[in-house]
Each structure stands twice: as C-alpha cells, then as structure tokens.
Design a protein around this ligand. Structure first.
Ligand code: CAA
Length: 259
C-alpha cells in the first residue's frame, strides 16, 4: 500500500508504521489521520501481524493536530475533527494487538495523545513530549485530558496541560509517561526487539490481556474480575494454550500459531 503521508512496512510479525510528513513535523491533518486509520485496520485484519510499532520520520513523532488545517474551524467542523482523532485513537486501544509508540522527537498535542493511546511508549533522549493546546486557545481534544491523568495521575497531568511544559525522555520516564528512554540510534531497534518478544508469545492471549486491562479499567473491580475470568477461560479454547502448556510439560519451546 502506497500512502502520501505514511510508510507501512512488515518485518516478520511486526508492522512498522512511520508517520511521514516531516516538513510539517508530521502534523496530523485529515490525510495523515485517514491513512493512519487505514494502517490500523491493516494491522487489525492481517493475521500475520501480531504487534505494531508507530514512529515518526524526521525530528518529530508528531507535532500535533494540524493548526493550519483547523485554525478557522467552526464548532461543527471542530467536532468532526475531534471525533476523527478520538475515534482513531480509541480504535487503536480496541484492536487486540499491542501498539508500541517509538517516540523519536516532538510528540505534542495530538501527537502526544497518539502515544497515550498506544499500549507501550519508548522514548529517545531527543523526545519532547507535551500538550501545548491551552497556548492555542483550546485544550487537548484527542483524549489527552482522559488518558494522561490515568497514566501519570491528576496532579502531573494538570501541570502538563495547564503550563504546556514539554518534558524530555528522561523526565517522561521518571513520571511513568514512557516505559523506557534510549539513545536515538537505539530507538527503533529497542522498539522492534520488544515487539518481537511480544510477537513470540501466544498472540490471542496477548490480545485478550490487552482487552482485559483496557476494559477492566472502565468498570468496578468485581466486573473487572469477571472480564478477566471470561477472557482467560476463552484462552483455554485456543490451540496455543494447549501448545504452550504441553510444551512446558514436555520441556520444549512452544510454537504458537495464533489459533
Ligand atoms: N500544525 C501544522 N503545522 C505544524 C505543526 C502543527 N501542529 N507543527 C509544526 N508545523 C509546521 C510549521 O508550521 C513549519 O511549517 P513551515 O516550514 O511551512 O513554516 C514546520 O512544521 C516546521 O516547524 P517549525 O519551523 O515551527 O519547527 P521548530 O523546530 O522551530 O519548532 C515546534 C518545532 C516547537 C514543535 C513547533 O513547530 C511547534 O510549536 N509546533 C506546534 C505544536 C503544537 O502546538 N501542537 C498542538 C496542536 S493542537 C492539537 O494537537 C489539538 C489536539 O489536542 C488534537
């Protein structure tokens, strides 16, 4: 598939998605959001793909929603744009395959919010992460007001949103905003290595674990436990569960088939 603003590559069981509009620091205009939505559906539909890594070309992961594109929006147009971004990011959370954000540089506004919708974040030491929206007369609208507090707590999230302060990779790690911080030249290899470890595990079980964590967050602990039990019982219906446990008992490595 050839895209205008995005590169989609497959390396083994991992899809590498590169936001590729570097002249505008990968600002998320309609074309890029539409292409990213298409790429996410490719990840969802391709049985061979078990994990996706998202990164950015050039010096930015993504510098946010496209300010030039939305500067004269009326509220109806703004609503449609917010729904486009929110819908796409929610879809990333709902696809039963892990998404890893490899944050190579600026991840601001909607770019930061895209990383928050991913399951795991790895930052380079060149990353600059922030939510600058209140400096533009709006506030984060692609899920940042909801996902950032869930990830780092209300106090820190409010500080980042109200002050628009950008944090580097190291500070982001200390806040729990990213899982790891690595040198720029190690970023993609680190993300791909993690993706390959995940891809070597039972894919349906990984997907059910993601679904359980994400849905469990939204309900009380008893309902969350019910989701966990139901999903874990579902795992017992897979060939990969039989393979994983029999391989353990037979003292050999399992070969998972995503079945
Ligand atoms: N939208 C549109 N264009 C953008 C952009 C954005 N979010 N961010 C950068 N660009 C464009 C610039 O206009 C510039 O284009 P030209 O070369 O045509 O002038 C090009 O990308 C390079 O940017 P700079 O010259 O500004 O690069 P810099 O290195 O001097 O600064 C930066 C980098 C600090 C990231 C700066 O570009 C910047 O502040 N960008 C805006 C960040 C921002 O406010 N993002 C939030 C957007 S609102 C949002 O995301 C709402 C939401 O919640 C969904």
């Amino acid at each position: 598939m050839v895209y205008e603003n995005l590169i989609y590559e497959k390396q083994g069981h991992v899809a590498l998605i590169t936001l590729n509009r570097p002249k505008a620091l990968n600002a998320l205009n309609d074309v890029l959001l539409t292409e990213l939505a298409d790429a996410v559906e490719m990840v969802a539909a391709d049985e061979d793909v078990r994990v996706a890594v998202i990164t950015g070309a050039g010096k930015a992961f993504a510098a946010g929603a496209d300010i030039d594109y939305m500067k004269d929006f009326n509220p109806i147009q703004a609503q449609s744009y917010m729904e486009q971004g929110q819908g796409l990011y929610r879809r990333i959370e709902k696809v039963r395959k892990p998404f890893i954000a490899a944050i190579n540089g600026f991840a601001l506004g909607g770019g930061c919010e895209l990383t928050l919708a991913c399951d795991i974040r790895i930052a380079s030491t060149k990353a600059k992460i922030g939510l600058p929206e209140v400096g533009l007369g709006i506030f984060p609208g692609f899920g940042g007001t909801q996902r950032m507090p869930r990830l780092i707590g209300d106090g820190l999230a409010k500080e980042l949103i109200f002050t628009t302060r950008q944090v580097n990779g190291q500070e982001a790690k200390e806040m729990g905003l990213v899982n790891q911080v690595v040198e720029p030249e190690e970023l993609i290899n680190t993300a791909m290595a993690m993706a390959n470890v995940i891809a070597s595990k039972a894919p349906i079980a990984v997907g059910l674990a993601k679904d359980t964590i994400n849905r469990g967050r939204q309900v009380d602990i008893d309902d969350a436990m019910s989701i966990e039990a139901a999903n874990d019982c579902l795992a017992f219906s897979t060939e990969d569960q039989k393979e994983g446990m029999h391989a353990f008992v037979e003292k050999r490595s399992p070969v998972f088939k995503n079945k």
